[in-house]
Design a protein around this ligand. Structure first.
Ligand SMILES: Cc1cc2nc3c(=O)[nH]c(=O)nc-3n(C[C@H](O)[C@H](O)[C@H](O)COP(=O)(O)O)c2cc1C
Length: 421
């Protein structure tokens, strides 16, 4: 694997082109301070101000601190000289990241609906894939919790935007509650983190990553199958996180009801044999293979054609073993490829996970147990224990599957970096 170095101590903001979208909320008054902090860190900052935003913070102040003109309307004034008529699409190409703070209920609705009625909306629509979008909703607490705002936030989150929930505290209305925008220092830290996870900063940037996810279905007859409770959430979270870090991700998905993460190529399969055939096509070309699917170990030897009748008291179903996709990849991979697997065991199955790691020639295995409440199939959280091929063990706490995916990729990045030395 050709590895790009990452240096966690480096100033990721230096030279980065950041657009800050400011909407019409009272917290807009804090943004000139954020611009100053970013400039001090060496970022190039441009501001897109909404009509609402212009009521709360002055264009002159923003232009002064950013040392750039402020962008507002899509239609340029015809009388001025040197007008750039396509600025509404070129800024999205220019930017390394977009921060929308404060994000009003109104602009959340505009963006989630795909409107393009001001510069901020145009930049949002034209930003290049993989570039982080951080949205900081700030508004009255009741407004924030309203069905419409929550629906729009959920839509934007499924498009890959990072939504940073407002804090609780004193609001402009004088009430106390949720709705307050984080302070500029906290926004800066969130942006640093997002940039650190993306693009050139990650050793996974530009790497070809194949991830299997979800269950498989093994036909008994034309209407029945053997399967398991896997929801695909863990594998999809890993695919989402890897794409955010700039990897070229192919997701081989069993039958699940999940939206495709942004920037991910998805191939839907049904049976273990289909997943195996699809995976084989990437064995030689991928840099990293992550087996997160719960592939059925066995399939009916001879699926019945049509629908089996229930005319017998007892039937016997002969099962044959399915190919172990991850083991097949692990045992034939080259020295510059990485194989990562999951071991779903009972709570005490650490030894069995270790055995799988060795037998399948994996570089890392994530051991998790199933209790159907905090960990394993279908639930939204997971408790992973990562075991490296050198025997090193990292126990993670209960995390959302998105956060667990991030930790898993952090560990894989460390493997990539070690490879180099
Ligand atoms: C004093 C005042 C404060 C406001 N504060 C907020 C706010 O914090 N969050 C919000 O979503 N809307 C707030 N609004 C409403 C927005 O300004 C309004 O919806 C506007 O159309 C938003 O425009 P924009 O989304 O283009 O910026 C406020 C309005 C007023 C008059």
């Amino acid at each position: 694997m050709t590895i790009l170095q990452s240096n966690p101590g480096a100033n990721v903001l230096k030279g980065k082109k950041i657009i800050i979208g400011i909407c019409g909320g009272i917290a807009a008054y804090k943004i000139p301070q954020l611009v100053r902090l970013l400039k001090k860190r060496g970022a190039i900052v441009r501001v897109a101000l909404t009509e609402g935003g212009a009521h709360f913070v002055s264009e002159l102040a923003l232009a002064t601190v950013s040392e750039e003109r402020v962008y507002r309307k899509i239609f340029p004034p015809m009388e001025s000289e040197g007008v750039d008529f396509t600025r509404h699409i070129s800024l999205g190409e220019w930017a390394d990241a977009l921060v929308i703070a404060p994000a009003t209920a109104n602009t959340l609705a505009r963006l989630s609906a795909g409107l393009c009625d001001d510069m901020l909306a145009a930049i949002f629509l034209t930003l290049r894939p993989g570039k982080p979008v951080l949205i900081f909703p700030a508004m009255d607490g009741q407004m924030f919790l309203s069905h419409s705002v929550q629906r729009n936030i959920a839509t934007l989150a499924t498009q890959g935007c990072s939504i940073i929930n407002p804090e609780s505290g004193e609001l402009a209305s004088g009430l106390c509650g949720v709705g307050r925008m984080p302070e500029p220092e906290a926004i800066l830290r969130a942006l640093e983190e997002a940039l650190h996870e993306t693009g050139e900063c990650s050793p996974l940037y530009g790497k070809k990553v194949v991830i299997t996810a979800g269950p498989t279905r093994e036909k008994i007859d034309d209407v029945r199958f053997i399967s398991n409770y896997s929801s695909g959430k863990m594998g999809f979270a890993i695919a989402r996180a890897a794409a955010k870090r700039g990897a070229i991700v192919t997701l081989l998905a069993g039958p699940v009801h999940l939206p495709t993460p942004p920037g991910v190529e998805r191939l839907d399969v049904e049976s273990a044999a289909e997943m195996n055939a699809a995976a084989e096509g990437f064995f030689n070309s991928c840099d990293l293979f992550i087996g997160a699917a719960a592939v059925s170990d066995y399939r009916p030897a001879t699926p019945y054609e049509g629908k089996m009748k229930k005319d017998k008291e007892e039937i016997e179903l002969a099962l044959v073993k399915n190919p172990d996709i991850l083991a097949r990849f692990g045992l034939q991979k080259s020295a510059c490829q990485l194989a990562v697997g999951f071991a779903l065991e009972t709570r005490t199955g650490l030894e069995s996970a270790r055995k799988k790691l060795t037998e399948k020639n994996l570089d890392l295995i994530a051991f998790n147990f199933f209790d159907r409440k905090t960990s394993g199939f279908d639930v939204d959280t997971n408790i992973l224990t990562l075991i490296g091929s050198n025997g090193e063990i990292t126990e993670l706490p209960q995390l959302t599957k998105d956060a667990a995916a991030g930790k898993l990729l952090d560990a894989i990045e460390q493997l990539c970096l070690k490879d180099r030395h």
